[in-house]
Design a protein around this ligand. Sequence first.
Ligand SMILES: *Cc1c(COP(=O)(O)O)cnc(C)c1O
Length: 413
Amino acid sequence: MSNKAGFTTQILHGDRWFGTEHGAVHKPIHTSSQYSYNDAADLVAVFQGRPGFSYARQGTPTTAALEDKLNKMEEGRATLTFATGMAALAAVFTTLLKAGDHIVASQYVFGNTNSLFDTLQRLGIEVSMVDATDVKAVEQAIRPETKLVFVETVANPGTQVADLEAIGQLCQKQKLIYLVDNTLTSPWLFKPKEVGASLVMNSLSKHIGGHAHALGGSLTDTGLFDWSGFENIVDTYRFGDPAGWGLTQIKKKALRDMGATLAAEPAHRLAVGAETLSLRLDRACDNAMKVATFLDQHPAVAHVAYPGLLHHPQHERAKRLFKGRYSTLVAATLKDDIDCIEFLNQLKVVILATHVGDTRTLALPAAKTIYHEMGAALRQKMGIGENLIRFSIGIEEPEDLIYDLNQAFAIFT
Ligand SMILES: *Cc1c(COP(=O)(O)O)cnc(C)c1O
C-alpha cells in the first residue's frame, strides 16, 4: 500500500505505517537523550551499524519518523534531518569535500549559502559561481578537481530557474554529485530525482513545516549517485551496500561529530505542518500568481520576477518542470521615485519580516536586509535591484492581499 498511495496520503499515514506506539496516531515526541538495551550485544550491534538508536545526537524515533515521511515525499533511498536547512547544506560540503576540491554553483543562491561558500573557500574548497540558468556556463566551469554541482530550483530572490534537466545529464555524464536545493519548490511541486539529482536538500523551516514555528533541514539521497566511485568516502564507511556510503559519512561526520541534529520537538511540529503541504502550497501558488499579475500591471512597479509570468525568461521551463505552479516568491522592483521603505510601511495585512513559505504573506526590502552584507557589486551580479521587494505569498484570501497592496500604492498617486 505505502508505495502506491498518493503524496498527501503518505504524509498523513506515514507515522502509523512507520510503526505505532500505544496506537498513537502522531509519532510521539521522544525526548530521551540515550537509548538502552537489555542485552549488551544489541548495544554493540547498533554501534557497529545495525539500525537503532544510541545517543540522540545521531537521531531519535521522532526524527526517524519525519525522515521516513520526507523520504517518501522525495521518493528517495534514504533521508537525514538536520537542525536547520543551512546545517544540511553545510553537512554536505564539509563531510563529502576536502581542501583542493572544487564546486560549481549557481550564482543565484540564497544569501546565507553565498556566505557559506566564502567559508568553504577559506577552508581550501574552491567555488565557481556561474549563471546556472544555462548548462553551458556550468559545463565551462568544470575542472578536473570538480566534485559537485549545486543549484537551487527557483532562486531566491530573483526567481531564476536553473537548467535543472540539462545539468542533471551533465553531472551523470561527468560522474559529479548533483546537489539540488528544493526549498522553494518542495517535493510537492518538483522532485529533483526526476532530473538526476544525487542529493536533495530541503529547508523544512519553509513550505514543508509551513507555519514559521520550527526550524529544520533535510538531505535525501536519491540513490542515483554511485558512491563506490567517489574517492572522498573514507575507508571507515566503505562497508556494506555502497548505495548507503554517502549518507552514512554525512550522518557520522555531521550529526555525530558536529552535532547539527534536529531535536524531537521541532521534528514533531514540522511533521504536523507537512500534512497540509499540498493544500497550502496550491493555495499560496494561486495567490502568488494573482499578486504577481497585479504588480506586473501596476504603474509604480518597474519589474516583477515570477516564473508564472509569460515574460519570465524561464517561464516555459518552470511550466514543464513544476506542474504549472510557480512557487510563492514574488520579487517586485519598484520604480526609482517610489521609496520601498515608505511603501512597505503602509502595508496592513502583509507582514514585514524575513522568511519564506509561511501561511502568512511576508515582505522585505531585499537589498537593504538579507542581501545587505554582500555589497552592491555582487547584488548587481545576482540581479537584485536596490528597490526590490521580496514577497513570500501566503494563504490569505487573495482579495485581501490585492486590497492591501492597492492601498499602500495609493499614497504615491
Ligand atoms: C531558508 C533557505 C535555506 C536555509 O534554511 P534554514 O532552515 O533557514 O536554515 C536554504 N536555501 C533556501 C533556498 C532557503 O530559502
